[in-house]
Write a protein that binds this ligand. Structure first.
Ligand code: HEC
Length: 161
């Protein structure tokens, strides 16, 4: 009788260990919300419904002369992560996404890609989007880099404090 109890206890212990090992495996593999990696490569679906995101700024015309790079029309700027803040390194977290739509001009975006991407310019990737938010082109354009670097202290984002 005692032997049976001992056996049962051992079996139970082994099962519990096996199950917790499984849980640990899962955390690294099929977990639906994995640890953020240090690089975020945006895809079309990341821009879905951008007009419903948090409005950062709504302007009747360009913020300043530089803003005329995207014509002088009325514009709205959205951020996908409503609570995004610059961290202790002065930068937004990897994966942060901003989109700007200018009437009569089009839609552009910037994504904090991070990793080793565009590391001279704090890891931003620049996008031209169509009106539905599909990616037309993406790059580390020196045109975009150069002008946005004027607000390096704001991590390249003109319109968000
Ligand atoms: C000559 C300067 C200049 C150039 C070049 C430029 N931008 Fe901008 N951008 C601005 C200014 C100023 C704003 C602030 C809002 C406004 O007036 O449009 C802005 C705003 C933005 C925003 C909204 C986030 C923010 O910074 O407020 C995005 C996204 C953006 N630009 C993308 C781009 C992309 C993509 C390119 C390159 C294809 C680019 N910009 C080139 C000056 C520039």
């Amino acid at each position: 009788m005692q032997k049976k109890m001992l056996f049962a206890t051992l079996l139970l212990g082994t099962l519990i260990m096996a199950f917790s090992a499984c849980e640990n495996d899962n955390a690294g593999g099929s977990d639906p919300d994995p640890q953020p990696s240090n690089e975020y490569v945006a895809k079309d679906s990341d821009f879905d419904n951008f007009r419903t995101w948090t409005v950062v700024s709504k302007l009747d015309k360009a913020l300043n002369d530089d803003g005329r790079a995207h014509s002088n029309g009325a514009r709205t700027i959205w951020i996908k992560q409503a609570d995004a803040k610059r961290g202790s390194n002065g930068q937004y977290p990897v994966g942060t996404i901003l989109v700007k739509e200018v009437q009569g001009y089009g839609v552009v975006g910037m994504v904090k890609r991070g990793g080793s991407f565009n590391s001279d310019h704090q890891g931003w990737e620049w996008f031209q989007l169509d009106s539905g938010g599909k990616i037309n082109s993406r790059n580390a354009s020196n045109l975009c880099n150069g002008c946005h670097a004027k607000v390096k202290n704001l991590d390249y984002v003109f319109t968000k404090n």
